[in-house]
Design a protein around this ligand. Structure first.
Ligand code: NAD
Ligand code: MG
Length: 393
């Protein structure tokens, strides 16, 4: 029996993880679940899975959960706060890191330091603190498996020793595919008017709201370039993005001899989740294989950085080789939240990120404290930049 912890169990990745686990009760046991503050969802999950520990970040919600579980006769221990999340992250053998945003950094890092199998969905942690995170993984001899569908696809197409860097491995490039999001064919002039609900309606994937907005701006692909850089020791020149609206090919590795290896499948996160849970074996995920005779055309095009300036900003942050990635991530989180709250126009997300990058000095962070200080400084600056662009609908 393998003990599994899920950080962010009430979210889209968290629920998909439980769906896969439910198919393999003989193989996995849930030992800890965490979420931000959704008492009803967490209470239901605890009744179903009977974990040893449940953590809600919000102390008030955790107190309500305690009462609800006592009434339901569930023996799960309840904790709260940042310390509770870290405690959960050190339980079990495998940890699904699926908290959204910078809030996931400390618990995900704790799982790495505890030498767990870390199944990484929380790309923001790696974007903020790539070198620190990767060195924690190496030092603790933890196993890091990517959940992001593109990186999971690349992992499946790379040779087993790629961790040494792509230098002598015969690999020319890693090609990340991007669906292009809901506004791929929307004229730039119309982007000012789009609403949060429009931005969150993704053509091929069903996801949480923050990553849905990131997919609509293509910042998600920018964050994924940075994620790939750290995960696979790939240089910025070895990383490319190609728009592939059907989301059938999840990414590709281009080898020196002209071979291109691709991983294909339904756009369903249960596939990468099952891959990481079972690796190096394979287990059922509840996902039907592709039916090639039913597939329409597979098409590809270059991303337009005028339409999607966030991609250009992320590339520049990666190339800067300093703390810019942490600034980019923090400013983006603030701007996306403001957009979701109706306080910022869609097109101003990129503008706020760009203004923040220009205003914040971003030396190379050498410690976790440096990363957190940079994150806080970038958020303060982003809120200032935001106010200058604020609009009321
Ligand atoms: P979501 O919004 O659906 O779920 C987020 C989870 O994190 C919830 O359980 C929520 O309670 C918890 N959470 C939010 N803020 C928190 C905080 N401050 N402290 C503690 N917990 C908090 O998000 P999601 O779509 O599941 O995405 C999760 C992560 O996985 C993100 O980093 C995202 O980029 C990545 N990811 C998601 C998908 C997908 O298909 N959804 C695909 C690839 C990568
Ligand atoms: Mg992805």
């Amino acid at each position: 029996m393998i003990d599994v912890t899920i950080l962010g169990s009430t979210g889209s990745i968290g629920r998909n993880t439980l769906d896969v686990l439910a198919r393999h009760p003989e193989r996995f046991k849930v030992v800890a679940l965490t979420a931000h503050g959704n008492v009803a969802a967490m209470s239901e999950q605890c009744q179903r899975w009977q974990p040893r520990l449940a953590v809600l970040r919000d102390p008030q919600a955790a107190a309500e959960l305690k009462v609800a579980l006592r009434q339901a006769g569930v023996a799960t221990e309840v904790a709260s706060g940042a310390e509770g999340l870290v405690e959960a992250a050190t339980q079990g053998d495998y940890v699904m890191a699926a908290i959204v945003g910078a809030a996931g950094l400390l618990p995900t890092l704790a799982a790495a330091k505890a030498g767990k199998r870390v199944m990484l969905a929380n790309k923001e942690a790696l974007v903020m603190a790539g070198p620190l995170f990767m060195s924690a993984i190496r030092q603790a001899k933890a196993t890091l498996l990517p959940i992001d569908s593109e990186h999971n696809a690349l992992f499946q197409c790379l040779p087993p020793d790629f961790q040494q860097g792509l230098g002598d491995s015969g690999i020319e490039r890693l090609l990340l595919t991007a669906s292009g999001g809901p506004f791929l064919n929307t004229p730039v002039e119309q982007l000012a008017e789009v609403t949060p609900d429009q931005a969150c309606t993704h053509p091929t994937w069903s996801m949480g709201r923050k990553i849905s907005v990131d997919s609509a701006t293509l910042m998600n692909k920018g964050l994924e370039l940075i994620e790939a850089h750290w995960l696979f020791a790939a240089s910025p020149q070895q990383l490319d993005v190609v728009i592939h609206p059907q989301s059938v090919i999840h990414s590709m590795v281009v080898y020196r001899d002209g071979s291109v290896l691709a991983q294909l499948g339904q756009p369903d996160m249960r596939t990468p989740i099952a891959h990481a849970l079972a690796w190096p074996e394979r287990i059922a995920a509840g996902v039907q294989p592709l039916d090639f005779c039913q597939l329409n055309q597979l098409t590809f095009q270059l991303p337009d950085e005028r339409q999607f300036p966030c991609l250009r900003l992320a590339r520049a942050a990666l190339a800067a080789e300093n703390g810019s990635s942490a600034v980019l991530n923090a400013a983006n989180e603030e701007a996306v939240q403001a957009f979701l709250d109706g306080q910022l126009r869609f097109i101003d997300i990129a503008a706020v990120v760009e203004d923040t990058l220009a205003a914040v000095d971003a030396p190379v962070p050498t410690s976790l404290d440096d990363v957190l200080a940079l994150d806080a400084a970038a958020r303060r600056q982003a809120r200032l930049c935001q106010r200058q662009r604020e609009v009321s609908y």
